[in-house]
Design a protein around this ligand. Structure first.
Ligand code: FAD
Length: 560
């Protein structure tokens, strides 16, 4: 069996390594056009931040993953700096070119694997060729960016407020750079999070000194007259001074070889594969960033380029080549990222997407400590949990904050995979010790709140809904149920705010009209919910509480 693999970073070497373990005799060859192999691309922001100090760590650390390493340690052949030029399906060969010598030759395959990955999108705009304009795709790029910072580059514009934009932005702030993020959509991380969660993220960035420019695409990069980047200008005329510009506008699948070979390309413009990761030619498999995946909740084809998926693909492809009939079931949109001290993530559908699919959506936002608050170091994570009202099925989850929200994202990703409903999450036998969790874990608390809402026990108002009410002339009472001292220190500023501490509510409720809507709030929502229950018990049928209260309130302009 001759297996030829094109691409030597994640999906390619993973396929080769698994193949070798399954079949000691297979002839396995990997072709890679770059001079670096199997590098830790996901570690590059940490290298720029200087959490990873040694460049070699990105390449394997003590054992650099070069062609010799793969030959001697892993038992397969790698030709680096060798480009696959053409797939000749009729002869089952690939024409490859040695980029050092210029020599071309044809390599035969029984099974071919395309692990050609993706490339950063470089928009057609003026100035992308200037010095100081970077993409971040391989360790050479990371090294160039880090060197520029070390040499004194201090004004950075990150074009693109997605996952890679956020991670690199965190690295620049840590390095003391004056950083601006430009995002053409109205919110940051538009494909990952709903408006209020993205706004919390933005507030955090702003609190760290980052300037955020949204709602208009970067249109050109301006020259300093000597061939260096000097500023970025948006289509609506806003201008940001920058001596370094990072293009983080997303990636596009590398499909040229597949297209030329006549393989089917899917609706996302990535290579179409079946659940065995076979292309439209059964002898050609494809995996990693160059293929599209099926979303397990919607059945839609999605382009979800992630290292986690690429590695899983490699394993599945190898199994199938060896006749093991392994399916790749798809993805649920899970993505997590670190932004300075914040842990952020998403899984499943956003509320916006779920609504567009016709779900009767119910959501909750709950700030909660990641572990027992009496243990030093416990931090809040703000969790947005999304479910379908009719079936209680869990649809999605987003987290932001200093606390460990990523662990909770993994719980929800698991729940989604197994089709769980909200009760299923609340019932999970999760581990508890004060240093790891709370007796009812943060995500189970969210699930309980959502259940209360579905059962009509709790009646919440989302921050977005309240913002719309604050912007209107509507008559309602915004009831701050914190203590007077807390209120005096600041809260929502609006003439409709009234303060009655929750423990005085049973004595003072007749200060409130029965017929008006009352929205209670406090710090994290617990007292606000209790107040809502008290008021409802007293016949205030229009009482509701602000989801997540002040801790999760995303709009600083409404606070005093
Ligand atoms: C800054 C950054 C941070 C990231 N962080 C995360 C993270 O935290 N978590 C996560 O899951 N993912 C993360 N990712 C994404 C992850 O790195 C990619 O999803 C993963 O590398 C994809 O692996 P792949 O093997 O499919 O493709 P690639 O890594 O793109 O590798 C494909 C290789 O194929 C080679 N190739 C293409 N065409 C040819 C040809 N014709 N001939 C020879 N060789 C060819 C390319 O040169 C390339 O080296 C991050 C990416 C970046 C850039």
């Amino acid at each position: 069996m001759k297996v030829l693999i094109i691409g030597g970073v994640a999906a390619g070497p993973k396929t080769a390594a698994r193949l070798r373990r399954l079949d000691p005799d297979a002839e396995i060859t990997v072709i890679e056009r770059q001079d670096l192999l199997s590098y830790a691309g996901c570690g590059m922001p940490y290298y720029i931040e200087d959490i990873i100090k040694d460049y070699d760590q990105l390449l394997g650390g003590a054992t650099i993953r070069d062609a010799e390493y793969f030959e001697t340690q892993k038992g397969f052949t790698v030709h680096d700096q060798t480009e696959a030029l053409k797939i000749n399906r009729d002869t089952k060969t690939v024409t490859v070119k040695d980029l050092r010598t210029g020599e071309t030759r044809d390599l035969h395959y029984d099974k071919l694997v395309l692990a050609t990955g993706s490339s950063p999108f470089v928009p057609r705009m003026e100035g992308t060729e200037l010095n100081g304009v970077h993409r971040l795709y391989n360790p050479h790029h990371a090294e160039a960016i880090k060197t520029a910072i070390n040499l004194g580059c201090r004004k950075v514009a990150v074009v693109g407020g997605g996952l890679i934009g956020m991670e690199t932005c965190g690295a620049f702030i840590s390095r003391g750079c004056n950083t601006t993020v430009l995002e053409m959509m109205p919110t940051l991380v538009p494909n990952l999070m709903d408006e209020e969660m993205a706004q919390l993220l933005e507030n955090y960035l702003v609190s760290k000194g980052v300037k955020v420019i949204k709602g208009s695409p970067a249109a050109k990069i301006l020259d300093d007259g000597k061939g260096n980047a000097a500023a970025v200008e948006t289509a609506d005329g806003r201008r940001v001074e920058a001596d370094m510009v990072i293009l983080a506008i997303g990636v596009r699948p590398n499909t040229e070889l597949a297209v030329e070979a006549g393989l089917e390309i899917g609706p996302t413009r990535a290579i179409a594969v079946n659940e065995y990761l076979q292309t439209s030619d059964p002898d050609i498999y494809a995996g990693g960033d160059c293929v599209e995946c099926t979303h397990i909740m919607t059945g839609e084809k999605v382009f979800a380029p992630l290292g986690s998926t690429a590695n899983k693909h490699g394993r599945v492809i190898a199994d199938n080549i060896m006749g093991k009939e392994m399916k790749f079931p798809g993805v649920s949109g899970t993505a997590v990222f670190k932004l300075l001290d914040w842990n952020c993530g998403t899984t499943g559908l956003t509320e916006k997407k779920a609504r567009s699919l016709g779900y009767d959506v119910v959501t909750t936002i709950t700030p909660r400590c990641d572990y027992s608050s009496y243990i030093p170091g416990a931090k809040h994570t703000i969790i947005k949990l999304i479910a379908d009202r009719a079936t209680c099925k869990v649809l999605g989850c987003q987290v932001v904050g200093e606390g460990d929200g990523v662990k909770r994202i993994d719980v929800v990703a698991t729940a989604i995979k197994f089709g769980s409903n909200v009760k299923g999450i609340a019932d999970l036998d999760l581990g508890y010790a004060p240093a790891y969790s709370t007796a009812i874990d943060a995500i189970q608390h969210s699930a309980n709140v959502l259940r209360n809402k579905i059962q009509g026990i709790a009646h919440g108002v989302s921050p977005i809904e309240l913002k719309a009410k604050l912007d209107s002339d509507e008559e309602f009472i915004l009831l701050d149920v914190r203590g007077k001292d807390e209120c005096d220190a600041g809260g929502l500023k609006d003439p409709r705010v009234k303060n009655i501490p929750v423990n005085e509510l049973k004595l003072r409720y007749n200060e409130l009209p029965l017929d008006k809507e009352i929205i209670t709030y406090c710090v994290i929502g617990v007292r606000a919910y209790i107040a809502e229950r008290v008021l409802r018990g007293l016949g205030y049928e229009k009482a509701r509480y602000l989801d997540g209260s002040l801790t999760s309130w995303p709009y600083p302009e409404y606070l005093n």
